[in-house]
Design a binder for this molecule. Structure first.
Ligand code: NAP
Length: 489
């Protein structure tokens, strides 16, 4: 989608993306008036098939003039060599339709909903195309998984209808990447990350993170469910692994505000495996998941695979071993029994960490903002506990290892230090589970004090390696893992 104020800038952006894009959309509503008048030269100059769109403000566009001026502009430009002209569902202009057809272009008949998913969506999509060769386009805004499931039903109901059906916003994101699996003729992307609408990505990200061009109707879908989740690096990790091994699969972030409705989405897409992240690691267990021994011991699950025979979800926890592997490495191959460890936080990740530390006979102190939660976790694993207050900070003195497991420090809590009262001597190993951003406040303080840091991406990669094996039955390619370590460090 090219939406600059000048044609030159649009051409420059298209040039930069040449080879990564098959189609450009010229958003002529964003052009300055003088530029819009000159836009008939654009298709020939850009040399890539082109969609012409002049969007009204009421449909999220920038065209502020009268409707008759908009129709006149569309009519003037329609014959300039555009491959497609986007006209809204409610636009009644038969002479414009005829002019588009006469020019050899195809009408994209579009409907929008920026607030939600309208009722009767499948019926409305089926009624969109008015003439031969028209493409139905629906851009709606699912805010819940229940609405995403409706959108996926609409994709199925559209059958062989030429269409583009997409969900705007974070919940709708999978419909963009899965365009070719869901039967959409194309996927809209933003030329730059800064200009991207929520849920939109750039063509390089589509290629490099989501292997967009390798996705087809048979591609198996995996993903991570969480809230927030769009920052997750797991898609990069798993998709690189699929690509290296030639596995026809894709891994996506699923923004899940309503877990109980997500299973409809999973059924609709035939999802076979999922990573589970904050805040769903314990909540997923309420949905009939059959947890393995680690899940039962920890009470939290970060991996789901679906049994093909029964259709049941099987829960595993790769966080525990994923946490221990980098620690073992940092300690020269063996974790000494009696290691004194302070764990900040008592959520799903902390459970895996405390269980893992208990399994290697560490002496664990749990510090949490909500004291009762610290107590319950500590009691389960025979650990000590305290609050995130001066008494907790005193109890944490003489610690060998500090593990930061809270979600403070990552979006939307960037810059938040969960334990400002905890001072470092420089002798502690500080293990930060948050991996985006890499330098959280606690990492900055610990580095300044001279502590050794184990960054969160090391655990992320170690646990992902085990997930990949559960998802695919194949070992994660070690050369890809090494390259990713270099990239994430
Ligand atoms: P969770 O179950 O929601 O637990 C969140 C924890 O953070 C709770 O203990 C909560 O305390 C605490 N917390 C949140 N905001 C806080 C603040 N401002 N000050 C103090 N404490 C605060 O989340 P989770 O599943 O444990 O995940 C936590 C983090 O670990 C996430 O950032 C996740 O990305 C990261 N993680 C990383 C890896 C990895 O591989 N690197 C693996 C797993 C998790 P209360 O109990 O008082 O609410």
């Amino acid at each position: 989608m090219l939406a600059s104020p000048t044609l030159e800038e649009d051409l420059r952006q298209a040039d930069e993306l040449r080879g990564r894009i098959d189609l450009v959309e010229l958003r002529a509503d964003h052009l300055r008036d003088s530029e819009a008048a000159a836009a008939s030269s654009f298709p020939a100059r850009v040399g890539i098939p082109c969609i012409l769109t002049v969007r009204r403000r009421s449909d999220g566009g920038s065209f502020a003039g009268a409707e008759r001026d908009r129709v006149a502009l569309l009519r003037k430009l329609a014959g300039a060599g555009f491959a497609y002209v986007d006209l809204e569902e409610d636009l009644q202009a038969p002479e414009l339709d005829a002019a588009v057809r006469k020019a050899g272009a195809r009408v994209v008949r579009s409907l929008h909903d920026f607030a939600g998913v309208p009722s009767g969506l499948s019926r409305r999509i089926a009624a969109l195309a008015r003439g031969p060769g028209e493409i139905a386009r629906a851009a709606v805004t699912p805010r819940t998984c229940a609405q995403l499931a409706v959108l996926l039903d609409a994709c199925r109901d559209a059958g062989a209808l030429p269409r583009v059906i997409l969900g705007m916003g974070e919940v709708g994101f999978p419909t963009r990447v899965l365009a070719s699996k869901l039967g959409s003729a194309w996927c809209y992307a933003s030329p730059t990350a800064e200009a991207a609408a929520p849920g939109q990505v750039t063509p390089p990200a589509l290629d490099e993170v989501y292997r967009f061009r390798a996705i087809g109707p048979q591609t198996r879908v995996f993903g991570v469910i969480g809230n927030p989740v769009m920052h997750s690096r797991s898609p990069l990790i798993h998709n690189r692994g699929f690509a290296a091994l030639g596995i026809d699969a894709v891994y996506l972030p699923f923004h899940v505000p309503d877990l109980q409705e997500f299973w409809k989405v999973a059924d609709s897409l035939g999802i076979r495996g999922l990573s589970v992240t904050v805040p769903h690691k314990t909540a997923v267990l309420e949905f009939g998941v059959e947890g393995d021994a680690d899940v039962r011991a920890i009470g939290a699950c970060n991996t789901l695979t679906r049994a093909s025979a029964s259709g049941r979800w099987i829960g595993a926890n790769t966080d525990m071993e994923g946490f221990l592997a980098p620690l073992r490495h940092a300690l020269g191959g063996k974790i000494p029994p009696g290691l004194r460890a302070t764990v900040i936080g008592a959520g799903g990740a902390a459970r895996s960490v405390v269980a893992a530390l208990a399994s290697v006979e560490a002496r664990v102190l749990v510090l949490n903002r909500t004291l009762d939660r610290a107590r319950r976790l500590a009691e389960r694993f025979h650990a000590d506990f305290a609050g995130l207050d001066p008494a907790g900070a005193r109890a944490a003195e003489h610690t060998d290892l500090v593990v930061q497991t809270t979600s403070a420090g990552m979006a939307p809590q960037q810059g938040v230090d969960p334990a400002p009262g905890l001072q470092f001597t420089g002798r502690e190993i500080v293990y930060e589970l948050v991996y985006a951003p890499a330098r959280t406040p606690i990492v900055q303080r610990a580095s300044a004090a001279g502590c050794r840091i184990i960054p969160g991406w090391q655990m992320l990669l170690a646990q992902a390696r085990r997930q990949f094996l559960l998802f695919t039955g194949a070992e994660y390619p070690s050369e890809v893992m090494e390259a990713l370590s270099g990239q994430l460090d």
